[in-house]
Design a protein around this ligand. Structure first.
Ligand SMILES: Nc1nc2c(c(=O)[nH]1)N[C@H]1C(S)=C(S)[C@@H](COP(=O)(O)OP(=O)(O)OC[C@H]3O[C@@H](n4cnc5c(=O)[nH]c(N)nc54)[C@H](O)[C@@H]3O)O[C@H]1N2
Ligand SMILES: Nc1nc2c(c(=O)[nH]1)N[C@H]1C(S)=C(S)[C@@H](COP(=O)(O)OP(=O)(O)OC[C@H]3O[C@@H](n4cnc5c(=O)[nH]c(N)nc54)[C@H](O)[C@@H]3O)O[C@H]1N2
Ligand code: SF4
Ligand SMILES: [Mo]
Length: 747
């Protein structure tokens, strides 16, 4: 590889010096001392910063408000905010322990570059930036601009996502970029876009409290979204919770009814419900005629899904299905909520749309306590869906649309020719591109694909195949950072500022209340430095701090469904506490909660929602004689976050979940295999094997096993297969077998 001196190296060196040594400006910005709507109370301007400020939590998409208690401007403790409309004084253990992720010897404190002997060695920022630019530029020069790609995240502020997506695509000429939101939200985003005309989750959390019936489909709120579950418990109407999940999860155990559906039979089950509702005339014909298209075709489509047929497909009694349809009919307000049990499926988009169809035909939308509501996962999943500049152009626009490209060019003040006219490859296509040699350089930001991408045996080999892998993370020793050629040390939540968008479309602020360790910098600052080193910083000259990017986001949102024009700046947002999009007036800014579609108008040109459907498709790798069990994966414990890079830093959280990998097995299967709780057993799929501690429990049904996704080995087993519309991986279905010394199961 050739190495070249980065352009403007003198001024770059000066920039680095001022950024690293002056540590990105003052710690406690004026913003922190503003008396907010929640949290601060009256703090006179210029007062000593032993005070409290507020920020939203940086783990899950519930988006709880936290009070951060400061000593000399540095957060030393936190408590949940009592007057934040999301959490009302509550937080889960991750929120309470959010600051512990910041203090750890695992933090990346300097850039690390792999040297000739193959060791990662500390280098200064100037060398790191030089390596980044010279390596990626050389790859692009030899193999074309598309040969360098990026993988980003739903766990950094929207401002940083906009800066990254713009820098990569408009500045560096990168064509392909995707993110971990593909693993998580692509199905919901695609389903909404096709059905409603825009990726617009309609709900507000008050809907949990105002429903008569709450369907939780493939959603384990007690573990994944415990504070949403608290909102369910505040339901004032005697709301009946119906959980649709193959496992008898904590949420299913606490529910009014658990439908232990056969995995991936949701589509048949939901079509069966639609069949009964239509047959009985339990639909709102007036609403259907006025606000939707495609209903009659849908009604014909579900004709064969008789209760007998659908119930059998779902492994339920016919009566259970009939009673479920009746439940919807008998109550004024039903809300449908779904998470990864639906999204992570080879037919996830049509399943999500089958839920949307039920809500539309029974007019369970746009009214309190209703909705076809996708629950998002990561703190800023919604920000990344709208603003990561990967499959959509900024603000939910289309790369292919010339008018959209011009809008973005105008809003950012950049030449329109800089904007590619095609969307990125999806994550799986980028991974495939590494295999074929079309992708040679990869930049990974705030995600850990060497643990979480599907089918790890293959993923690890492919990461090794890259000419240059850059990982930008808070920690130097994540599974992906360990195999990187260059590690860029990033500040984390609490060490930088910006906005997140939660599950109910609510924008909240995060603030800088700690200094990042060593030479770690906010991702925003890293992107600015890369722009300068690359020589494209003139494009982003107007963005000198995250709030400058926020102003562009505000411009980009103008006239879109996600319009946030009334949020004029951070101070306005801080004073309001938070605000849901759309937010186009003072009134909306101060409204505590708002749901979409109260007027029955959707975002398609004809303002109608679409009924979309397809026949169910067979599971690609069902259990068989060789591999007789079906592997389900998902969240394990409230205190465990994904690849555990953050949660394992807290001694408190570590005590609250098993440290090593375990597998849940039904007593019937355990009997056959002579397995007892505590035994170490091997689970094999056609792609790999893992050894785990057995937990014998009726939480899983016979024929199924469950392994949490938090352990690195889990994805050695999973089968790479994807939804055809959203390209989201189907992480929750592949065939496995057990191997124990005394196993009587087929080998
Ligand atoms: N504590 C904790 N909370 C988290 C996270 C975390 O790592 N830890 N991660 C966050 C993120 S990014 C996300 S995306 C969410 C995920 O939140 P959830 O989606 O609630 O979590 P999962 O456990 O992945 O999957 C939910 C359920 O889907 C069920 N399921 C599997 N197959 C099927 C099926 O075919 N049909 C149906 N109906 N259900 C099925 C599983 O048994 C599981 O109980 O959690 C967020 N919150
Ligand atoms: N088998 C199986 N696999 C799954 C799933 C499943 O249910 N089953 N679920 C999938 C889902 S829904 C998701 S969302 C993914 C999650 O997959 P990942 O995104 O790969 O998992 P995380 O551990 O959240 O990785 C985030 C990384 O960002 C770093 N980080 C945190 N904050 C910052 C920051 O501010 N800046 C920078 N630069 N770095 C930061 C963390 O240290 C961590 O290394 O996993 C997917 N994989
Ligand atoms: S529920 Fe989610 S947002 Fe709330 S404190 Fe826990 S992790 Fe943070
Ligand atoms: Mo997720």
């Amino acid at each position: 590889m050739t190495t070249s001196t980065p352009p403007q190296s003198v001024s770059l060196a000066e920039q680095i010096k001022s950024l690293v040594h002056q540590r990105e400006g003052r710690l406690t910005r004026e913003l922190l001392l503003q008396p907010g709507r929640f949290g601060l109370g009256k703090v006179p301007a210029g007062a000593a910063p032993d005070a409290t400020t507020t920020a939203v939590c940086g783990y899950c998409a519930t988006g709880c408000g936290l009070n951060l208690h400061l000593q000399q401007g540095v957060a030393t403790n936190l408590t949940p905010s009592t007057d934040y409309p999301v959490n009302l004084g509550m937080a889960c253990p991750k929120g309470w322990e959010a600051l512990s992720a910041l203090d750890s010897p695992d933090r990346a404190t300097t850039p690390l570059l792999r040297d000739a002997s193959g060791q990662l060695r500390p280098v200064d920022w100037e060398h790191a930036l030089e390596a980044f630019c010279s390596q990626f530029k050389a790859i692009q020069a030899e193999h074309g601009p598309q040969s360098v790609a990026f993988l980003s995240t739903g766990q950094i502020p929207t401002e940083e996502l906009v800066m990254l997506g713009s820098l990569a695509k408009f500045g560096m000429g990168v064509i392909h970029g995707d993110g971990n939101t593909r693993q998580c939200m692509a199905t919901a985003a695609t389903a909404y876009k096709q059905s409603f005309g825009f990726d617009a989750p309609p709900q507000t959390y008050a809907d949990f409290e105002e429903s008569d019936v709450i369907f939780l489909i493939g959603a384990n709120l007690c573990v994944g979204h415990p504070i949403m579950w608290e909102r369910v418990l505040r339901n004032r109407r005697g709301g009946k919770v119906v959980v649709v999940d193959p496992r008898r999860t904590e949420t299913a155990q606490a529910a009014w009814k658990h439908l232990a559906i056969r995995p991936k039979s949701d589509l048949a089950f939901l079509y069966g419900l639609a069949h009964v509702l239509i047959r009985e005339g339990w639909v709102d014909r007036e609403f259907i005629d006025a606000h939707t298209t495609g209903f009659d075709d849908f009604a014909r489509h579900v004709e064969p899904f008789t209760p007998e047929f659908a119930a059998a497909a779902a492994g339920l009694d016919e009566l259970q299905l009939l009673e479920t349809a009746e439940l919807i009919h008998d109550h004024e307000r039903t809300s449908f909520w779904w998470t990864m049990g639906v999204n992570q499926s080879y037919e996830g988009v049509r399943t999500a749309q089958a839920i949307i169809n039920l809500a539309l035909m029974t007019r369970n939308i746009g009214r309190p306590g209703t909705g076809a509501n996708s629950i998002t996962g990561q703190c800023n999943a919604m920000g990344s869906r709208l603003f990561s500049n990967t499959t959509n152009l900024l603000g939910g626009r289309r790369f292919e649309d010339e008018g959209d490209r011009r809008d973005v060019a105008d809003a950012l003040g950049i030449p329109v020719e800089r904007i590619p006219s095609h969307p990125s490859w999806a994550y799986d296509q980028i991974v495939e591109g590494i295999r074929t040699g079309e992708i040679r350089g990869l930049w990974v930001i705030a995600t850990n694909p060497a643990h979480t991408w599907i089918n790890q045996g293959d993923t690890r080999e492919l990461l090794d195949k890259l000419d240059f892998l850059v990982v930008q993370d808070m920690y130097h020793n994540t599974d992906t950072a360990r195999v990187a050629d260059l590690v860029l040390p990033a500040a984390g939540w609490g060490e930088k500022e910006g906005t997140f968008i939660n599950t109910e479309r609510r924008l909240g602020l995060i603030k800088k209340v700690r200094r990042a360790p060593g030479q770690a910098l906010a991702d925003f600052t890293i992107f600015k430095l890369i722009a300068a080193a690359w020589g494209c910083d003139e494009l982003f000259a107007r963005w000198n701090c995250p709030e400058d990017v926020f102003q562009s986001i505000r411009d980009l949102s103008r006239g879109r469904p996600c319009d946030i024009w009334a949020i004029t700046d951070y101070r306005t947002l801080d004073a309001a506490g938070s605000a849901q999009w759309p937010c186009t007036s003072e009134e909306q800014l101060h409204e505590p909660e708002r749901r979409l579609f109260a007027d029955g108008r959707f975002y398609h040109d004809d303002q109608r929602a679409k009924f979309l459907f397809d026949p169910p498709t067979p599971m690609p790798e069902p259990p068989d004689a060789d591999y007789p069990l079906l592997l389900l994966t998902g969240r394990g414990a409230v205190s465990q976050w994904h690849t555990q890079t953050r949660t394992q830093k807290s001694a408190v959280l570590r005590k609250l979940y098993p440290q090593s990998i375990y597998v849940e097995i039904n007593p019937a299967d355990a009997d056959v295999a002579s397995v007892r709780t505590g035994d170490r057993i091997t689970i094999e799929s056609r792609r790999g094997a893992v050894t785990a501690t057995a937990i014998v429990t009726a939480v899983v049904q016979p024929g199924q096993v469950f392994i949490p996704m938090h352990y690195e080995a889990t994805n050695r087993l999973t089968l790479p297969h994807f939804d055809p519309h959203s390209r989201q991986p189907s992480y929750k279905d592949c065939a496995v077998r057990l191997r124990t010394s005394r196993s009587r199961l087929p080998k």
